[in-house]
Design a protein around this ligand. Structure first.
Ligand code: OOG
Ligand code: MG
Length: 266
């Protein structure tokens, strides 16, 4: 058998509870592959989907999905060589210009991303950029706040997948635009922390075109028999390396054509 199942349902459920509690209590934990060194990608996804089910059982709505590690800057920063996905829960959403409480998080970092709102369902395998463009309602600039639940923000790919790809908050700002109104590949972004430029890049950093990230997500979901529902909000992954923040920091990310996304850490 190519990939025998080594973890029991009980172990998947225990790891999901551990990681979800780490998120809810803002308390870091050792990475799960320390205990389960042979955890497969599919087992890691079982844990992520179990965390999602725990939240949904409590009435939390899943509002969309995020892709992670889709740019070389991010892969190099984290020492991981493949993209991953996670889900976005309703309470992750922070209004433009809003305050993000450090006491609710462990060691957050911010990422400049281009996000998509989908108006049609997409399913794989075989989903491509053309399908994504045809199914998109609008694109909008967004900043993701990631917060690995692992000590020192250090992990391997199975561990980060199990931990919902470090998802914790996001801010939608700027202005929505039709997907064909700009060339996302050459759309520039400038990230400022407390008024100083800390990172810059362009959309093509994300798999050549952020729309390719949505297509990859759809094809990864298809491997589990899942689709990307109409109405999903999708974050396509950090264009630049992620930037660590602390209480008192103000972040402004300026996007060519799409406007600014701002937030403050308190
Ligand atoms: C994993 C999540 C990465 C992105 O946009 O690349 C991510 C991590 O780096 O903790 O969200
Ligand atoms: Mg991200």
């Amino acid at each position: 058998m190519a990939n025998p199942k080594k973890m029991t349902e009980q172990q998947i459920a225990e790891v999901a509870e551990l990681l979800e509690n780490a998120e809810l209590n803002a308390q870091d934990v050792v990475k799960v592959t320390d205990k389960y060194p042979d955890m497969s990608f599919s087992e890691a996804l079982d844990v992520q989907w179990a965390i999602r089910a725990r939240k949904e059982a409590r009435g939390t709505r899943i509002v969309g999905m995020k892709m992670g590690l889709t740019s070389w800057a991010k892969m190099a920063q984290m020492g991981v060589d493949k993209p991953c996905y996670g889900f976005l829960a309703d309470y992750f959403s922070v209004p433009q210009g809003g305050e993000i409480k450090m006491e609710e998080l462990i060691h957050p970092k911010v990422e400049a991303e281009i996000a998509f709102m989908m108006d049609k369902e997409l399913s794989g395998p075989g989903c491509h950029v053309g399908d994504v463009l045809a199914a998109t309602d609008f694109i909008v600039p967004a900043v993701e706040i990631i917060d690995s639940r692992y000590e020192n923000f250090k992990f391997d790919l199975p561990s980060v997948i199990a931990d919902n790809s470090s998802s914790c908050r996001f801010v939608i700002g700027g202005r929505p635009l039709p997907v064909d109104s700009i060339d996302m590949r050459t759309t520039g972004v400038v990230m400022e922390k407390n008024g100083a430029v800390v990172e810059l890049g362009a959309g093509a950093a994300v798999l050549g075109n952020p729309a390719a990230s949505v297509a990859m997500l759809v094809n990864m979901l298809a491997e589990r028999g899942e689709v990307l529902p109409a109405g999903s909000f999708v974050m396509t992954g950090g264009i630049t390396a992620a930037v660590a923040v602390e209480a008192g920091d103000s972040i402004v990310v300026r996007y060519q054509h799409l406007g600014d996304v701002t937030m403050k850490f308190v």
